[in-house]
Design a protein around this ligand. Structure first.
Ligand code: EZ4
Ligand code: CO
Length: 402
């Protein structure tokens, strides 16, 4: 079964997405997400200029060989652009293989390890009462896990707080917005928020929180220690991960479970954190970490060290990626939780899919392959519209981690 066409589709149904579509001589098609938020067209060019021409005529069944060919064959390894491009090819090939086997993808990955994929929703607000209302709404919809973020008094903006308490989209149209940050104000206020949510709703649900890379290791250690009494499911990205040793310092001081890795793009980014057991959940995703083939390697390494998967799943990861994450999550042994922010109605119309949410879980459909389509005519009506993630500055104007 040979690949006869490789096409990149860029569209913006409420937000930008890049998707690779492969077609074989037997008429089967496969989709792969290639979206890299705020740097989309770099991956599009990488695919169109340097990868698509190499795919024509290749055997669509040779997934592992194609992965190695694109990774080792480029000479220049790793990096989010390269690994998102490889991920798109890999995901599309798994989609095709599963369609040709006439099975939903999770069957090829070993079948179900569980009935559904537990997800967490995103509650936020401008103050504690608003946040509480949002948490209550998620619990009312059957969610078993909720991420809690809140605006910080005295700061004009905060990570994770949307215009709508139940929908959070950080990328903004046009040039990047700037937001302000103070670790001191955040550290003073956030334990109160998480404590108030536990007082109101108790301990019978999983509560998560995302620091979004903003603290130094000692600040993060201090926070994680203080938060032990609210029993988080995880504290996410307490520090930036370029300095992996930074997590050792956090770990020495606290038993609060730690998650990181949404910006990672290869197993090499995860290796030290996993092998030294410095984290509890790894957030690598299908799209930014080389596809299903590479994510399975990460999961297998993690399993040896009791680290579970908690894949990134914000709205900038397309329905194609979310479907792949559900097939992966339902089959992999060391699954922990899946991030879930429902896409907009328009996005779902452009990407019709068979996965569904019920009772705090996502379930894959039973159609062969990923179970996601792309309505190209509709997609054409929503062309690319530049959008960027915000830039963060401290109160004195110094650029900080967003
Ligand atoms: O900032 O997906 O846990 N989720 C997150 C997300 C990321 C965005 C970046 O594109 O941190 O909101
Ligand atoms: Co995050």
């Amino acid at each position: 079964m040979k690949i006869v066409d490789a096409k990149v589709i860029v569209c913006s149904p409420d937000r930008n997405f890049a998707t690779l579509k492969l077609t074989t001589d037997s008429g089967l098609t496969g989709l792969g997400d290639a979206t890299l938020n705020g740097r989309e067209l770099a991956v599009v060019a990488y695919l169109q200029e340097h990868v698509c021409p190499l795919l024509i005529g290749r055997d669509a069944h040779r997934i592992e060989d194609t992965w190695q060919y694109l990774y080792k064959g480029a000479y220049w390894r790793r990096g989010p652009v390269t690994m998102s491009a490889i991920a798109a090819v890999d995901t599309a090939l798994w989609d095709i293989k599963a369609k040709s086997a006439d099975m939903p993808l999770y069957q090829l990955l070993g079948g179900r390890s569980r009935e559904g994929v537990m997800v967490y929703g995103h509650a936020s607000g401008n103050d504690i009462p608003q946040v509480s209302d949002a948490v209550g709404a998620y619990l009312g919809e059957g969610y078993l896990a909720v991420r809690v973020q809140c605006a910080i008094p005295g700061l004009g903006s905060a990570y994770g707080v949307g215009k709508d308490a139940k929908f959070y989209e950080p990328a903004g149209r046009g040039l990047p917005l700037e937001s302000e940050w103070s670790s001191e104000r955040y550290l003073r206020f956030i334990p109160e928020v998480l404590g108030a949510v536990r007082s109101k709703f108790g301990f019978d649900f999983h509560m998560l929180h995302d620091v979004h890379h903003r603290l130094t290791p000692i600040e993060a250690a201090h926070l994680a220690k203080r938060l032990e009494e609210v029993e988080l499911f995880w504290l996410e990205d307490p520090v930036v991960a370029e300095l992996q040793e930074g997590f050792r310092l956090v770990r020495q001081h606290t038993t609060t479970p730690i998650a990181t890795g949404e910006v990672f793009n290869s197993i090499w980014d995860c290796q030290q954190l996993i092998q030294e057991q410095l984290i509890d959940f790894i957030r690598a995703s299908v799209v930014h970490t080389g596809g299903i083939t590479h994510l399975r390697r990460i999961a297998q390494l993690a399993e040896l060290y009791h680290v579970r998967m908690g894949c990134h799943g914000a709205t900038d990861l397309s329905p194609v990626c979310l479907a792949a994450a559900i097939h992966f999550g339902i089959s992999v042994h060391n699954f922990g939780i899946q991030e879930y922010m429902p896409h907009s109605e328009l996005t779902d119309e452009v990407f019709p899919h068979t996965y569904r949410f019920a009772g705090g879980h996502l379930y894959p459909g039973e159609d062969p392959g990923l179970g996601v389509d792309l309505d190209e005519d509709l997609a054409d009506r929503y062309p690319y519209d530049p959008a960027y993630l915000p830039i963060s500055r401290k109160l004195d104007g110094t650029v900080h981690n967003w």
